[in-house]
Design a protein around this ligand. Structure first.
Ligand code: CA2
Length: 154
């Protein structure tokens, strides 16, 4: 059986992870985050499609393309978190479980980072746990997409 596909989408400037501002965002690069996700996904019997873009339109197109292809979306929308109603509309329209990830705790940071439009489409949000938040999101996603009968198991 082909493993369910989870799209792991990353927004603007996350290509700079581990290269700039390590005190804020840590020393792991985006390639490291992809490797972490691939490892955890394999353990969970999931496949991932891990991507990053600096473009709002491209991010929206990728969300749309998940329809009929992916079982869920994990997204760090970065700077588009607080600005993009287009991204929110795409996440609502795709009708898939969505988990929003932020490396930092956006609620401890500047006020302008607090209001996430994306959260309005998200089943859950992970923030402030560093890049391990992606691994936690994958584990939560595995539970969310598990067949209903599995919910009764201990
Ligand atoms: O904490 C997060 O994951 C954020 O989504 C990161 C965004 C920020 O705008 C959000 O408020 C919170 C910034 C992504 C830029 O990433 C960089 C990484 C290294 C160096 C510079 C930027």
């Amino acid at each position: 059986m082909t493993p369910p596909l989870i799209a792991v989408l990353n927004g603007p400037n996350l290509n700079l992870l581990g290269i700039r501002e390590p005190a804020k965002y840590g020393t792991a690069t985006l390639d490291d985050v992809e490797s972490l996700c691939a490892e955890v996904a394999e353990e969970l019997g999931l496949a991932i499609d891990f991507r990053q873009t600096n473009g709002e339109g491209e991010l929206i197109t990728w969300v749309q393309e998940c329809r009929g292809r992916a079982a869920g979306i994990i997204i760090n929308p970065a700077g588009y978190t607080t600005t993009s109603i287009g991204l929110l509309d795409a996440l609502i329209a795709v009708e898939l479980p969505v988990i929003e990830v932020h490396i930092t705790n956006i609620h401890r940071r500047e006020e302008f980072r607090h209001n996430s439009y994306v959260s309005k489409a998200a089943t859950g949000v992970v923030a402030g746990l560093g890049v391990q938040g992606y691994a936690l999101a994958l584990r939560a996603m595995a539970q969310l997409i598990a067949p209903a009968e599995a919910e009764d198991l201990p």
